[in-house]
Design a binder for this molecule. Structure first.
Ligand SMILES: Cc1ncc(COP(=O)(O)O)c(CN[C@H](CF)CCC(=O)O)c1O
Length: 364
């Protein structure tokens, strides 16, 4: 039989309302023929930015005007554009464990990049000071990959740090913030910022479809002018038809209904997977059960090493990602313990028991 996936990356498109999406696409073609006959404005069409602005004000407490929004075909592109604007030798701090794709991207640019460890409140402030960072990348809503939600105290500390000196910025990667189970939604770090120090990054990869490549960032007003100067010859990469379709998908309420449905569906799958894992692995497993996002961290007590586990999973046709994927620099890993990032967005309910059974065989 086929592969089963505990990946945190893919999402199950069987729940996506393609019929409604197509209706919105038809409407977009009817309403925006003229706009489609031209290249869109470098930051993306104004009406789409307006819709995103209204939405994130409602859902994330982000305060902004459409002029501050830059649409991009993927978050990496936006990170690249943003950091191109920084002078040579800018010092960047990034969470470790963290998002290896950003780390690799930043290292390729002429920046000094420091992975910074996490304590129980999130990114370690002492280390940020000691590496003399100018820009700090954080995922406060649901730390990627540990899932930690940054408490208000650490958010305030971080904002105070940024306010202390000119040219200090915080890049808030609000990835995976739309899915909260049981706990109420914590507003964005950007909503607390009084000194124009936070650059807010968002994406539609998890709430709509990863394949559309529609992401955005919100620049503080003072950086908008700089952006426009730097990118005066830039033509927006995103596909305008997709952007106008997204606009109707949001304005029609379909987007909100879809996210609500996915929240419910993912909560059910998450609970099922956790119950199945606890029942099967008993005291061999410690689950970091943060009720948010599309994956959680689980620690397994075993004498086996990462290599052995990853190879055995491959043989058992079980897609899993271990903490090795997210360790930005060599780290001493606790002996007799393997940590896995377990995703459930691509695991149908009927496959939960089967996936856990395969995982059990991988460890035994
Ligand atoms: C921390 C983080 N910030 C943003 C994105 C959104 O990027 P984009 O789709 O380009 O808008 C991801 C998306 N993560 C990917 C799918 F889960 C890859 C995960 C992996 O490489 O481990 C992410 O992890």
């Amino acid at each position: 039989d086929g592969w089963l996936s505990l990946s945190h990356m893919a999402s199950d498109t069987s729940l996506f309302p393609f019929k409604e999406w197509l209706k919105c696409q038809e409407k977009a073609i009817k309403s925006y023929k003229r706009e489609l006959s031209e290249m869109s404005y470098s930051q993306g069409p104004y009406v789409v930015r307006e819709t995103i602005c209204r939405m994130i004000a409602l859902t994330r407490g982000v305060k902004c005007e459409p002029e501050q929004i830059i649409i991009g075909a993927g978050t990496q592109l936006l990170v690249g554009q943003l950091m191109e604007m920084n002078s040579k030798g800018t010092v960047v701090a990034i969470e470790n464990p963290g998002y290896v794709r950003f780390y690799q991207l930043l290292k390729k640019m002429n920046l000094t990049v420091h992975p910074v460890s996490l304590d129980d409140q999130g990114i370690n402030m002492t280390e940020i000071e000691s590496v003399k960072a100018d820009v700090v990348f954080v995922t406060p809503s649901h730390q990627f990959p540990t899932g930690k939600i940054m408490p208000i105290s650490r958010r305030i500390e971080l904002l105070n740090w940024a306010a202390q000196r000119e040219n200090r910025y915080i890049v808030e990667d609000d990835y995976d913030s739309e899915f909260k189970y049981g706990t109420d939604n914590i507003p964005s770090l950007q909503s607390l910022d009084r000194n124009q120090r936070v650059i807010y990054m968002g994406t539609f990869s998890k709430t709509v479809l990863p394949g559309l490549r529609i992401s955005y960032m919100v620049l503080p007003p003072e950086l908008v002018g700089e952006y426009r100067e730097h990118y005066s010859n830039f033509i927006q990469y995103s596909n305008s038809l997709m952007l106008f379709t997204l606009q109707f998908f949001i304005e029609s309420g379909e987007y909100a209904r879809h996210v609500k449905r996915m929240n419910h569906q993912y909560d059910t799958r998450r609970k099922l997977l956790i119950a199945e894992l606890q029942q099967r692995f008993r005291e061999e497993i410690d689950i970091e059960d943060v009720s948010a996002g599309l994956h959680f961290l689980a620690h397994f007590h075993t004498g086996k090493g990462y290599q052995e586990i990853e190879e055995s999973a491959l043989r058992s046709k079980l897609e899993i990602y271990s903490m090795r994927r997210f360790m930005l620099k060599k780290s001493v890993n606790y002996e007799n313990r393997i940590s896995l990032v377990l995703g459930f967005a691509n695991l149908r309910e009927e496959n939960v028991a089967g996936a856990v059974e395969r995982l059990y065989d991988v460890f035994h």
